[in-house]
Design a protein around this ligand. Sequence first.
Ligand code: PLP
Length: 419
Amino acid sequence: SLALTDFDPELTQALQNEERRQEDHVELIASENYASPLVMAIQNSVFTNKYAEGYPGKRYYSGCENVDVAERLAIERVKALFDCDYANVQPHAGAQANAAVFLALINPGDTVMGMNLAQGGHLTHGNPSNFSGRHYKIVPYGLDPETGLIDYDEMERIALETRPKMLIGGFSAYSRHKDWARMRTIADKVGAVFWVDMAHVAGLVAAGEYPNPLPHAHVVTSTTHKTLRGPRGGIILSKGQDENFYKKLNSAVFPGIQGGPLMHVIAAKAIAFKEALRPEFKTYQQQVVINARAMAAALQQRGYKIVSGGTDNHLMLIDLSAKPYTGKDADAALSDAYITANKNSVPNDPRSPFVTSGVRIGTPAVTTRGFGVPECEQLAGWLCDVLDALEAGGSTLTTVRDRVRELVVDLCHRHPVYR
Ligand code: PLP
């Protein structure tokens, strides 16, 4: 039993560098978070060795009595967390949960309405490069160009015209509440299944800080590693549907698109859901939203434009379309200053998705490491300093970058993630 350091020095070095990066850089990627030590520890357990095709009590392999306990705990806890009566905790990731919904509920070639990727949707909601866009007829909906808010009247008009079999709610880059009840009404008018992918806001929903889609949607999917702060993975949830509907969803996950479930990850999901049921989790999610609002206000005060005028959740999109630099340039300059964010298309972005005219930022990770409003306001100020310097050009950028990097490292050291 060689130590990792001796067995694989190259990988050890990469791991140590990554540990250092996560401690020393400010993480503003809205879809990232830091899993708890317990969530990480159980993934490093013998649960990883077990094949468990099937579902608890109905497996295709023997010796599943202990992993059955883990999966049942995960299922019961996530049902309690989101107040629903069906849960599948096996999807390896968010994309797999979404693929299972398509496979279970509609047929190839059917018409599906999803949020435009360029206006805040996700790849699996019908992007041409994704299976969803290749095998289904996708009709996108988007934002009102004036307000940056979802245009429900337009959504309804498109739905009535195109009669989709499925309507997708959910997003990767929309900073406002979505009106789930209104979307269900639209779906009902055309007889469509209403599916919500709440991956980004699942933690906020669990804590009651964002409207729960479960009373409105036929089916809900999520990742478990974003605001929910669990291991990397996916889930499918539902409420008030019949057993046949739930059976279709289960069969779509296994044997539809997956083989053996990742039992070590399912065990980690059970831990994450238990953590999320505690009162501290609610306080955490409240702070995530408070911090996001504070950052949006600080950015606006410095003259930066936020798409839809602000945020009601954990993220916001900075619109840089009036600037002489691109989203890609901004992403790189911030990264050099140890502020990690991601370039992101803004509504009606003239630039390609690789270049973009925006930057998306979010507060789940910084809030986990203990940043409050003062730290978030300070951080927003540094972010503006870097972007201002990028605009000014010349040697200012290097000077500002070096100063901000130092301040970031110092702030990070006062709020360690794991150490
Ligand atoms: N759904 C939404 C709304 C997302 O934002 C994402 C990831 O960014 C996914 C699904 C995909 O999740 P995963 O990366 O786990 O496949």
